[in-house]
Design a protein around this ligand. Structure first.
Ligand SMILES: Cc1cc2nc3c(=O)[nH]c(=O)nc-3n(C[C@H](O)[C@H](O)[C@H](O)COP(=O)(O)OP(=O)(O)OC[C@H]3O[C@@H](n4cnc5c(N)ncnc54)[C@H](O)[C@@H]3O)c2cc1C
Ligand code: FES
Length: 254
């Protein structure tokens, strides 16, 4: 996993809302959608966290300090921070899904008094895969936020924490389901299980928000590449209410 901090060389782009993404170009290779993962209070620092899975993300991950890349954005509808005000907030992240949620966590902590209980539940594959580990540890020292981390598997010698999928943390979290907004990001199967577990806990589908991923090209609602049933992920999302996409999620790819 690689985190790039990009300094604009020209007019700075508009400040991004938590959950929005940019299109990053590795010159000569191509372009990919990458979420902003930095602090929204520092709009001049464009932070992106990348997992190298294919040609573009590999090329981006290999950039050295001072290298140039292309950037356009920010795009998309982000996390419903205004709707969350005055309510409990449950964040459920899986793997790299913590990166697009990180700006929302910064915002919640910066404006802590505006929200009720704040729960951050994070699941990684193994202790070595835990993203932003030092930051999670420092947030955990705060008395006004609950941070729970679990791993799918670990050797007893290197992990004393919770083992199990992220939904197992939900039972330990204190929140009022009738007055909760849930923000969920991770692999699609994980989001489906989280939404089901949140629903079982009493959180309404309209209050559960998921960030969806599909391959993108134009990112401005023109090419149809990111079509997801009746919606375009780039224009109408990437963050959607669960009741709007639940039917579509059942199909692996549309
Ligand atoms: C709104 C949005 C936000 C994103 N944010 C991030 C981010 O913060 N960090 C990050 O690393 N990536 C992010 N992605 C995913 C990234 O845009 C894709 O993985 C992109 O395809 C990478 O390009 P590539 O050329 O490296 O790989 P490709 O050649 O496009 O793909 C390589 C392999 O990865 C698989 N793959 C491609 N896209 C996805 C996907 N979306 N989910 C799962 N598997 C996929 C392909 O099937 C293939 O096997 C985001 C995508 C969207 C739509
Ligand atoms: S990427 Fe072109 S319509 Fe969404």
């Amino acid at each position: 996993m690689w985190t790039l901090e990009i300094e604009p060389d020209g007019p700075a782009s508009a400040a991004a809302a938590p959950g929005q993404f940019n299109m990053l170009t590795a010159f000569g290779v191509g372009e990919a959608a990458i979420s902003l993962s930095g602090d929204p209070a520092e709009p001049g620092r464009l932070v992106h966290t990348i997992r190298a899975v294919g040609p573009v993300s590999h090329a981006l991950a290999q950039l050295r300090p001072g290298a140039a890349l292309g950037l356009r954005g920010p795009f998309g509808a982000g996390w419903p921070m205004a709707e969350a005000a005055g309510r409990d907030v449950v964040i459920m992240a899986g793997g790299l899904g913590l990166a697009p949620l990180r700006p929302a966590i910064y915002r919640l902590l910066a404006e802590r008094a505006r929200y009720g209980q704040v729960q951050v539940l994070y699941g990684a594959r193994s202790p070595a895969d835990i993203l932003f580990r030092r930051e999670l540890e420092s947030w955990r020292r705060r008395l006004d936020v609950e941070i729970e981390v679990t791993v799918d598997h670990a050797a007893v010698s290197d992990w004393r924490g919770h083992v199990g999928v992220v939904t197992t943390l939900l039972g330990r979290a204190a929140f009022d389901p009738a007055n909760t907004v849930a923000l969920v990001c991770g692999p699609e199967i994980m989001m489906r299980f989280c939404a089901a577990a949140l629903g079982d806990a009493g959180v309404k589908a309209e209050a559960i928000h998921l960030s969806m991923e599909r391959n993108m090209k134009c990112a401005i609602g023109l090419c149809g590449h990111c079509q997801f049933g009746p919606v375009f992920i780039c224009r109408d999302g990437p963050v959607f209410r669960y009741d709007q996409v639940a039917g579509l999620l059942r199909h692996k790819e549309l």
